[in-house]
Ligand binder design. Structure first.
Ligand SMILES: *Cc1c(COP(=O)(O)O)cnc(C)c1O
Length: 407
């Protein structure tokens, strides 16, 4: 694929107008002042030529970093077929092969493709309700989510998302969806076999502050949901596909869920999501009961096959785990030294650092030093570096980060 030349004159009138707060895009993001024009490896380059080491990965999307040759080759090969889209009325080789590969690598027997994380979770909710309906219990429709969880911004996924500021302006949200404490006694009281179809859980809560749920809690929740005939859905949209050092987070906690949702890194930055499900759950859905125009098209599926091939290799996952040890060791010793850090949490290449000051202030000081980080709540810095980052690059970024947080 030919490289796109850098724009000769970065600050066109349109560029200046937008960065000076005027933009024709809906004002739902407080965007950073930088304007990125190029990506190389694990760095982004802005219109002024400044380089930024990326500990954000487009919010966990760019697991293979920027300008990955394999992604470019997969795109070129796919484009050479002339097929970007044919609709789900027809099969294509890339879609069939990707689904088969996900089944081979996971607990699942069936896969549903769609286009975003929220859409995958809403698909999982519908599939859970259909599965429950087939059990002959007409009131078995409830979906239970956990305190601190994030599952998306659409009406049903928002109803499962525990962030008052995201929810309040949009009430009423979708009904039949409730939030429960991360507590087995409370869950045991709520999970009524007659009225609850599914529980949705992020094994590592991302937006909610990078909380690694206790494997013993997840195992007990698996036992409880099985006993109550309630489906267990793992939202691995952020923590899946290699991020924790296992291909799937459920492998690390030794829990087999009934459904898993995937999205962010799946297609190397192209919009794509998937719902993986067991044979029994999949058997409850019939033609015409769910659908999406774009889901699993040949172009996105071709790129996803490349990404899946990379992130599922044992060597790749071993490198993620080794990187996780580097991050964990560096942050733990820093947390002991620094008065400005309250706690650090994480697994693999997904970490949260609770800081005393507003987390956004730390993120902004990072920009001045050429480092991109993100937040997860008001006082938590979140790190989601590309999984391909080398130990040397990681250590460089962690060095800058500890300086901008300070002792
Ligand atoms: C990002 C995210 C979502 C929502 O994905 P979108 O593609 O933005 O709809 C859902 N769940 C988790 C855990 C996420 O991190």
């Amino acid at each position: 694929m030919t490289a796109v030349p850098l724009p000769m004159e970065p600050a066109t009138a349109a560029v200046r107008a937008e960065s000076a707060t005027e933009s024709s895009q809906l004002g739902i993001y407080k965007r950073a002042p930088m304007r990125f024009v190029r990506g190389e490896g694990v760095e982004l380059i802005d219109a002024d030529g400044n380089r930024y080491l990326d500990f954000v990965s487009g919010i966990g999307v760019n697991a293979l970093g920027y300008a990955d040759r394999g992604i470019e080759d997969a795109l070129v090969v796919a484009l050479n077929t002339g097929l970007i889209h044919v609709s789900n009325l027809y099969r294509t080789d890339p879609g069939e092969a990707l689904a088969a590969e996900l089944v081979r690598l996971s607990f699942a027997a069936k896969v549903f493709f769609c286009n975003s994380g929220a859409e995958a979770n809403e698909g999982a909710f519908k599939i859970a309700r259909k599965w429950a309906r087939n059990s002959g219990r007409p009131a078995k429709t409830g979906i239970v989510a956990l305190r601190g969880g994030f599952h998306g911004r659409l009406f049903a996924s928002l109803a499962a998302t525990d962030r008052p500021s995201y929810r309040a302006p949009f009430r009423p949200l979708a009904g039949g969806i409730s939030i429960c404490e991360r507590d087995l006694a409370e869950l045991s009281a709520v999970l009524d076999p007659e009225t609850v179809a599914a529980v949705i859980v992020e094994p590592v809560q991302g937006e909610g502050g990078v909380r690694v749920l206790d494997p013993e809690f997840l195992k007990a929740l698996r036992a409880l949901t099985a006993e109550r005939e309630v489906l267990l859905v793992f939202d691995e949209i952020q923590c899946g596909l290699g991020r924790t050092g296992n291909l799937f987070a459920y492998e690390g906690v030794k829990v087999i869920p009934d459904m898993v949702t995937l999205a962010k890194p799946l297609a190397g930055g192209l919009p794509m999501a998937a719902v993986l499900m067991s044979e029994e759950v999949g058997a409850s859905m019939k033609p015409g009961e769910h659908g999406t125009t774009f889901g699993g098209g040949p172009l996105v599926a071709s790129v996803a096959r490349h990404v899946l091939g990379r992130v599922s290799s044992p060597e790749f996952l071993a490198a993620v785990r080794a990187n996780g040890d580097i991050i964990g060791n560096a942050l733990s010793s820093f947390a002991v030294r620094s008065q400005r850090v309250r706690a650090v949490r994480g697994v693999g290449m997904m970490w949260g650092i609770d800081v005393v000051e507003p987390a956004n202030d730390v993120v902004r000081r990072g920009w001045d030093r050429g480092l991109l980080t993100l937040t997860a709540g008001d006082h938590t810095i979140r790190l989601l570096p590309p999984l391909v980052m080398t130990p040397a690059e990681l250590k460089r970024g962690l060095g800058i980060l500890t300086e901008v947080i300070g002792e």
